[in-house]
Design a protein around this ligand. Structure first.
Ligand code: URA
Length: 433
C-alpha cells in the first residue's frame, strides 16, 4: 500500500477502505509517514469529507493507537460526560457529584485547558492538595468506594490524535467534521465507559458556530459511539454566552460549589440538571424527567455537595475549601470594567472572553505555561441585560496588575451593545440520540 495512492483516492472523492485508514494512522503514529503526506490527506478529507463508515474506522484506528483502560474491576454502570469545550464550562464539577450521589459510577478522565477554553483538571488543581494522578488500582478503588474519581490523562491515550491534532492546527484542517469527530471519540473510546453523554457546544466560544453543524457533528459522534457498543446521547448547548458568571479556575470551582449549594446561576444550573438527567437516564435510572427530579433533589438535600467533598478529600484536596469557598486564595489585584455606552448587551463574544481570562493568567498559550489559579473574570452583566454608561459589567482578578489593560480592552471589544433587547436564545437546543 502506498500513501500516495490513499491521498489521490481521497482527493478524487472516493471512499477509503478500513485497511487504508489503518495504514495511514498506524504509519503516521510510528513516524513512517511524513507530515507533508498526512497534511495532504487531512486537506483532502477537509474538502471531500468522509462517510460515516470511514469516520468510524478513523476513530477506531485513533483509539487503537495507544493505551486503553479496562474498567471491568468497577462494579455497576459507568457513565461519562464529554464537552466539546467552552468558556466558563465547569459542568463536570457539578454533574459528576450529582450522578455519583445517585449511585451511578463516574470514572472520569479530564483534560487541561489550552487557548481560550479551560480544562477541568486545571480547575481541580486550584483546590490545594488535590491529586490529579492516581494509580489504576487507586482510581478504580475510589470509584467503587465512593462512586466518583477524576484524573488527568497521564497515559498514552490516542497518540495518533496528539500528532494529528498538532498537524491540523498548523494546516488549517481543524474544522473538518470527520476529523473532529474522530479526534474526540478516538480519545473518549479509549476509556471503558458504558454510557456517554456528549455536550456539543454551539456558538462563538466553540468549534461549531451554527446549530445545524453542531447537530451534524453530534449525530456523527453518537453513531460512532453506538458502533463501539456504547449507550450515547448528545445535547446541543449554547456557547454564544459564557456559562454562569465565573471564568477562571478557582472562581469556577467556587461557582460550582455555590451551584451544589442550590445558589448557582440559572443558566449554568439548567445545563447541569439537563446533563445529569441524561447521564442518569442512560444509566437506567428512569426517564429524563424522573432523573431531572432526582438530580434536583441531590442538590436540595446536599448529597451531591457531600459527594464532591468526599471526592476532594479522597484525592488529597483540602475539603475545607469546598465547605467554605471564602478560604480560596484571592488574586492580589482586582479591576472593575465599566461600560462606556448604554444599551442592551446584544452579543458577547465568548471566545474573546476566554482570551481575556487567558491574558489575566488563568490559562495557557502553550502547554508549558504556568497558571494563576486565582485569576479570572466575574461577569456582572450578560447578554440581554441593559447597562448604563459607567455600570460595572465585569470584575477582573489577577496577580499581574499590568494584565488588566489588555484584558479590559478584549472584554469591552467583545461586548456589543444595542438599543433593542436581543431575542432570548435557548440554552439547550436539542437532544441527538
Ligand atoms: N476537540 C478535540 O479533542 N479535537 C478536535 O479536533 C476538536 C475539538
Amino acid at each position: 500500500m502506498r500513501m500516495y495512492d490513499i491521498i489521490k483516492k481521497k482527493r478524487d472523492g472516493h471512499e477509503l477502505s478500513e485497511e487504508e485508514i489503518k495504514f495511514f494512522v498506524e504509519g503516521y503514529t510510528a513516524g513512517e509517514i511524513p507530515d507533508y503526506q498526512a497534511s495532504a490527506l487531512c486537506m483532502a478529507i477537509y474538502f471531500n469529507g468522509m462517510t460515516d463508515r470511514e469516520t468510524s474506522d478513523l476513530t477506531f484506528a485513533v483509539r487503537d493507537s495507544g493505551d486503553k483502560l479496562d474498567f471491568s474491576a468497577i462494579d455497576g454502570i459507568r457513565v461519562d460526560k464529554h464537552s466539546t469545550g467552552g468558556v466558563g464550562d465547569k459542568t463536570s464539577l457539578v454533574v459528576a457529584p450529582i450522578v455519583a450521589s445517585l449511585g451511578v459510577k463516574v470514572a472520569k478522565m479530564s483534560g487541561r485547558g489550552l487557548g481560550h477554553t479551560g480544562g477541568t483538571i486545571d480547575k481541580l488543581e486550584a483546590i490545594e492538595g488535590f491529586q490529579t494522578t492516581l494509580s489504576d488500582e487507586d482510581f478504580m478503588k475510589q470509584v467503587n468506594d465512593i462512586g466518583f474519581a477524576i484524573v488527568g490523562q497521564s497515559r498514552q491515550f490516542a497518540p495518533a490524535d496528539k500528532k494529528l491534532y498538532a498537524l491540523r492546527d498548523v494546516t488549517a484542517t481543524v474544522d473538518s467534521m470527520p476529523l473532529i469527530a474522530a479526534s474526540i471519540m478516538g480519545k473518549k473510546l479509549a476509556a471503558d465507559d458504558d454510557c456517554i453523554v456528549l455536550d456539543v457546544k454551539t456558538g462563538s466560544g466553540s468549534f461549531m458556530k451554527t446549530v445545524e453543524d453542531s447537530k451534524a457533528l453530534a449525530q456523527l459522534m453518537v453513531n460512532i459511539g453506538k458502533r463501539a457498543g456504547k449507550k450515547m446521547v448528545a445535547l446541543i448547548t449554547n456557547m454564544d454566552r459564557p456559562l454562569g458568571f465565573a471564568i477562571g479556575n478557582a472562581l469556577e470551582v467556587i461557582e460550582a460549589v455555590e451551584t451544589l449549594n442550590g445558589h448557582g446561576p440559572e443558566d449554568f444550573t439548567e445545563v447541569c440538571l439537563t446533563l445529569a438527567s441524561h447521564m442518569l437516564s442512560l444509566a437506567g435510572k428512569g426517564t429524563a424527567e424522573e432523573c431531572r427530579k432526582m438530580a434536583q433533589r441531590a442538590i436540595d438535600d446536599k448529597s451531591a455537595l457531600n459527594k464532591l467533598i468526599e471526592t476532594v478529600k479522597a484525592q488529597g484536596g483540602n475539603e475545607k475549601l469546598i465547605q467554605n469557598p471564602d478560604l480560596f486564595k484571592k488574586a492580589k489585584f482586582s479591576h472593575s470594567v465599566k461600560s462606556v455606552k448604554s444599551g442592551y448587551i446584544s452579543r458577547a463574544d465568548t471566545e474573546a472572553y476566554g482570551l481575556a481570562s487567558l491574558a489575566l493568567g488563568a490559562g495557557r498559550n502553550t502547554i508549558e505555561d504556568e497558571i494563576d489559579y486565582s485569576a479570572g473574570i466575574i461577569l456582572k452583566r450578560k447578554t440581554g441585560d441593559f447597562v448604563n454608561a459607567g455600570d460595572e459589567i465585569a470584575v477582573l482578578y489577577s496577580d499581574k496588575k499590568q494584565s488588566f489593560a489588555e484584558a479590559e480592552k478584549i472584554l469591552l471589544n467583545a461586548t456589543t451593545l444595542h438599543h433593542k433587547k436581543p431575542a432570548e436564545e435557548p440554552l439547550v437546543y436539542c437532544t441527538v440520540e
